[in-house]
Design a protein. Structure first.
Length: 199
């Protein structure tokens, strides 16, 4: 990307009605799994994994395994007026390109996204893993998703994982947080079947 990077917010025009939602935009009627800064709707066949930082024990991401693919999500603090997704995309592009990966800009119902081939080691062999980075700027938060598995390249399966992403409710809270800070996640009270994984 050349020229100055925009700090405008990037979100679908129907975000407030179709998601991902801010806590202020939903009623408390639906049964959510409460993970602190994120609330998810449980559904048949969906397995949740919490990614835990080694050493600190802090939950740093939520991975949703669904229909043979994975959607990993993280929420970050931002400001009312500025978005993070344009800047984050530029950083991801640079990072993945430096590692020898391939990055392609794409556009979907969520707005701009990245289709990437990221170098990875599988059984000691260097392979390229196909992943799709999606992101949406909300009021005072930014939600990033990484789709891996068949849904990264299969439009029909990808649509099912985007649906999961759009069902997420972000709970920003009132506490002041610097932009780009990872919003806190917690192990839910109904934690049966939710496995923490070290990273």
């Amino acid at each position: 990307m050349s020229g100055p990077i925009s700090d405008a917010k990037s979100a679908p025009a129907d975000r407030e009605t179709t998601g991902p939602f801010d806590e202020s935009e939903v009623s408390g009627v639906r049964p959510y799994v409460d993970l602190g800064s994120l609330k998810l709707i449980p559904r048949e066949g969906l397995n949740l994994r919490l990614e835990v930082e080694e050493g600190s024990g802090r939950v740093v991401a939520v991975a949703m395994d669904f229909l043979g693919s994975t959607l990993q999500v993280q929420a970050f603090a931002s400001t009312r007026s500025q978005g993070l997704w344009h800047e984050v995309r530029a950083q991801l592009t640079e990072q993945i390109s430096t590692q020898g990966g391939l990055v392609e800009d794409a556009l979907s119902e969520l707005g701009p996204e990245l289709l990437c081939k990221v170098p990875a080691l599988v059984d000691g062999k260097q392979v390229f893993q196909e992943v799709r980075f999606i992101g949406v700027d909300g009021p005072r938060w930014f939600l990033r998703g990484v789709i891996a598995g068949p849904a990264a390249t299969n439009p029909e399966q990808g649509a099912r994982l985007v649906e999961l992403f759009r069902d997420i409710v972000v709970v920003r809270g009132q506490q002041p947080m610097p932009p780009r800070e990872l919003m806190p996640l917690k192990v839910p009270e109904q934690a049966a079947g939710i496995a923490p994984t070290q990273r």
